[in-house]
Design a binder for this molecule. Structure first.
Ligand code: DOR
Ligand code: ZN
Length: 345
């Protein structure tokens, strides 16, 4: 039994850091584990320009101690009005790595997202030309489609046509949750990849209702059936370079989660790599963790792999019931429960 392992320092290819005092409370959790993270732009107001992304990047660095070496990889929030010239500015900055596509109304702070993907074609052309990846929240927003079917419907109605029209565009299908998404990514060209969250590898939709309604297990896309969790796990440990770590850690204040209309988002940054280690360990695939967590992401983005390392030890510890979050608190995944791997400081 492996009780300790050292891997190339990992990166988180999908992270919500929020802003202001809330961000200052949680950013160190990510910086303690990961060298880099792709920072989601769904602030209020959203990060739609390179200038805004650079200012946000500086606020992130200012919220961290000087010596972490953590590098925020910034993204722009795609709207119907994002101009091709903005892509040129993003590339010139050297700090903006990708553009996030939220279908308008699909999730938290997505109101300003894309209403019709056709409206963005000129900008997608510029991105394909410049090699800037499109990061996709893959759910249709049609209220007539069952919430558990929205990802599969998105593949058929949006993603397949998009990959056919823009053959050279790099696409990351974010936080995939279904066997249909796994199959789509496997069948697509090498320009299409996907991130997988810890919660979608650990939990199925029963976790939303076990013993009562569980708001801290609610995220979007929502947890799916066990057979989908199994398909995600199988491909995560398969060694395929098309799949990599993206936590989608998305902190919300406790009051916003434990509410008559609770926000979507699971906070996992406090134990992100530890949870993935547990998942891979339980699947008998610890040897595949480094590829998934530290190699496949930078290889896809065309960035160097990290030179540092991270050591994980098999050790029981208990996640706290909550962490400070600005002037409120955030309840993390596994709150008050055991974790089985620990990072070495
Ligand atoms: O659960 C989610 N939370 N899914 C998203 O797509 C957004 C995120 C958030 O920002 O809270
Ligand atoms: Zn997200």
């Amino acid at each position: 039994m492996t009780d300790s392992m050292t891997i190339t320092r990992p990166d988180d290819w999908h992270l919500h850091l929020r802003d202001g005092a809330a961000m200052a409370s949680v950013a160190r959790h990510t910086a303690e584990r990961f060298a880099r993270a792709i920072i989601m732009p769904n602030l209020k107001p959203p990060v739609t320009t390179t200038a805004q992304a650079l200012a946000y990047r500086q606020r992130i660095l200012d919220a961290l101690p000087d010596d972490t070496g953590f590098e925020p990889l910034m993204t722009l929030y795609l709207t119907d009005n994002t101009e091709p010239a903005e892509i040129a500015r993003a590339c010139e900055s050297g700090k903006v790595m990708a553009v996030k596509y939220y279908p308008a109304g699909a999730t938290t702070n997505s109101d300003a997202g894309v209403s019709r993907i056709e409206n963005t074609y000129a900008t997608l052309d510029a991105m394909a030309e410049a090699g800037v990846p499109l990061l996709v929240h893959g759910e249709v927003v049609d209220g007539d489609v069952d919430v558990f079917d929205r990802e599969a419907a998105f593949i058929d109605h949006v993603l397949l046509p998009l990959t056919r029209r823009f053959e050279r565009l790099k696409i990351v299908f974010e936080h995939i949750t279904t066997s249909q998404a796994v199959d789509f990514v496997l069948d697509a060209s090498e320009r299409v990849a996907a991130t997988i969250t810890p919660q979608h590898l650990l939990l199925n939709r029963n976790a939303l209702f076990s013993g009562g309604l569980r708001p801290h297990h609610y995220c979007l896309p929502v947890l799916k059936r066990e057979r989908h969790r199994q398909a995600l796990l199988d491909v995560a440990i398969s060694g395929s370079p098309k799949f990599f770590l993206g936590t989608d850690s998305a902190p919300h204040a406790r009051a916003a989660k434990q509410s008559a209309c609770g926000c979507a988002g699971i906070y996992s940054a406090h134990a992100a790599i530890e949870l993935y280690a547990e998942i891979f360990d339980q699947a008998g695939a610890l040897d595949q963790l480094e590829g998934f967590a530290s190699h496949h992401g930078p290889d896809f983005y065309g960035l160097p792999r990290n030179s540092g390392t991270l050591t994980l030890r098999r050790e029981e510890w208990q996640a706290p019931a909550s962490y400070d979050f600005g002037d409120d608190t955030v309840v993390p995944l596994r709150a008050g429960q055991s974790l089985h791997w620990r990072i070495q400081a």
